[in-house]
Ligand binder design. Structure first.
Ligand SMILES: [Zn+2]
Length: 473
């Protein structure tokens, strides 16, 4: 493949990815969807794609806003006289879309006891009304338990309790989850766990969660840029029938979180791949169109990608593949991760044989935690890039997700893989797979046990707040 050599040469010689990343992270740290910083970051991305000579568009959507504030957790016991004695208290970070208020209950610790042996296992044996303290990410099945609150112990101590996450429930009014949730720093979490060990039947905990702007209509925006295919050519009326390869990556982060690895890196890879491919296409147009989408609101619960899929519902039959870039820029062995669709792996292996990947070059994988999910849920095959590891990582979703965590070599190799992959997908004579129909998807949801979750997590249409929060056309 000559194009591979051209792509790799261009990526190595004049890489813009690092410069783009630096500007995005330094100028727009804390670009949470719907905030002033988020809106400014969207404009920067729009302007950047415009410099490539691409057809760019801002696609706004409105949603129930939520700005998280610090809260508190305190723990103590009742003495013989019935008086409450506080033994410990610390600052917490409220999860986005957590109910706001004071919540109390006995402490149940899910640390190191096998309560949740992996992210995909539902935590077991939790007493009703308990406040669950865990070093595992919140499992969606916990939402349905009768527990009082969830406290996540972050892996890091520095900036204790600054970890942010969302607990969105699209079936609830204003997306507010039924379960209050917050995070604490690692040392604080360990102290709470130690108190529970010392007073296993007596320890009581009180959690205070706080937010501003909950329920206020906010606006987010996806940014799209298109390299038209051969069919469109000079005659733009043909654009409506050509096949599309989509490449997506979220640009939003959280307030106070620079988001260099999550997901400044993916945004930079997307931009640099678009720059290289736009140059190539200027000489020789691709067979299919390539649509680059910078999603907003991923961190709040896949908002931008869900709205995108809804807005483009009538064109989805033309989408032949979606490539998602989230937390890219890692180093080490790389593979293309085909999302929950093992049948198409052989075809993708053949198509991408010339891209130098290591080990298991194309693998099967499953998660509902990023922007591929709304596309996959609609029956479109998706590839998620690309594994590897981050030697300096550990600050994801905290103020410590800074530029120094991104390894330039990882960024470069992901630019080359992404641009090559998109080029091959856009120019293959045939892509031997079809969109899954709704019946097939129901079968797949059942296979993965996510019939309910797929509704709860991915469809903006079920928001009960009514038309004012629906996608704007
Ligand atoms: Zn992310």
């Amino acid at each position: 493949m000559d194009a591979y050599k051209v792509i790799a040469g261009e990526a190595v010689c004049s890489s813009q990815a690092g410069k783009f990343l630096e500007r995005l992270v330094n100028d727009f740290p804390g670009r949470q969807c719907g905030t002033a910083e988020g809106i400014k970051a969207g404009s920067f991305i729009l302007d950047s794609f415009r410099t490539l000579g691409l057809n760019v568009r801002r696609e706004p959507f409105s949603f129930p806003g939520y700005v998280q504030e610090d809260g508190r957790v305190s723990a103590g016991i009742y003495d013989e006289k019935g008086a409450f004695r506080e033994l410990f208290s610390c600052r917490t970070r409220t999860y986005i879309y957590s109910p706001v208020g004071h919540f109390s209950g006995p402490l149940a610790v899910a640390v190191q006891d096998g309560l949740a042996s992996s992210q995909n296992d539902a935590p077991m044996n939790i007493q009703e009304g308990a406040i669950v303290l865990s070093d595992r990410m919140l499992h969606p099945k916990l939402l349905h338990r009768k527990i009082s609150a969830f406290i996540y112990i972050t892996p890091e101590s520095a900036g204790g309790g600054r970890y942010t996450a969302s607990i969105i429930d699209r079936l609830s009014e204003n997306f507010i989850s039924p379960l209050p949730a917050c995070s604490v720093g690692n040392q604080d979490g360990r102290k709470l766990a130690a108190l529970q060990q010392r007073y296993p039947h007596q320890i009581k905990v009180r959690v205070v969660t706080a937010a501003s702007s909950a329920g206020t209509p906010f606006e987010g925006a996806n940014i799209t840029a298109v390299i038209p295919g051969k069919a469109a050519g000079a005659c733009s009326s043909k654009e409506g029938s050509e096949e599309i390869i989509a490449a997506g990556s979220h640009y939003d982060s959280f307030s106070g979180v620079p988001g260099a690895t999550d997901n400044g890196a993916g945004t930079a890879v997307l931009f640099e791949a678009a720059r290289i491919l736009a140059q190539l296409a200027a000489g020789k147009p691709n067979k299919r169109a390539i649509h680059f989408i910078s999603f907003d609101g991923e961190e709040l619960g896949l908002l931008g990608s869900s709205f995108y899929v809804k807005r483009h519902e009538n064109e989805l039959n033309r989408y032949r593949m979606m490539v998602n870039l989230d937390c890219t820029g890692k180093i080490g062995p790389k593979r293309l991760r085909v999302h929950a669709w093992p049948e198409i792996i052989p075809a993708i292996s053949r198509l991408t044989a010339q891209i130098p990947l290591t080990g298991e070059a194309v693998g099967s994988w499953y998660s509902y935690r990023s922007d591929h999910f709304p596309f996959w849920r609609q029956g479109i095959p998706t590839i998620y890039g690309y594994d590897g590891f981050q030697p300096l990582a550990g600050g994801q979703h905290t103020p410590n997700d800074t530029l120094d965590k991104v390894i330039p070599d990882g960024l470069l190799s992901d630019v080359i893989i992404t641009a090559s992959l998109l080029y091959l997908l856009a120019n293959a004579d045939e892509l031997p797979w079809n969109r899954r129909n709704p019946e097939e998807m129901t079968g797949v949801f059942n296979e993965y046990g996510i019939l309910e979750e797929s509704r709860r997590f991915a469809d903006p249409g079920v928001c009960r707040t009514g038309s004012k929060y629906n996608s704007q056309h």
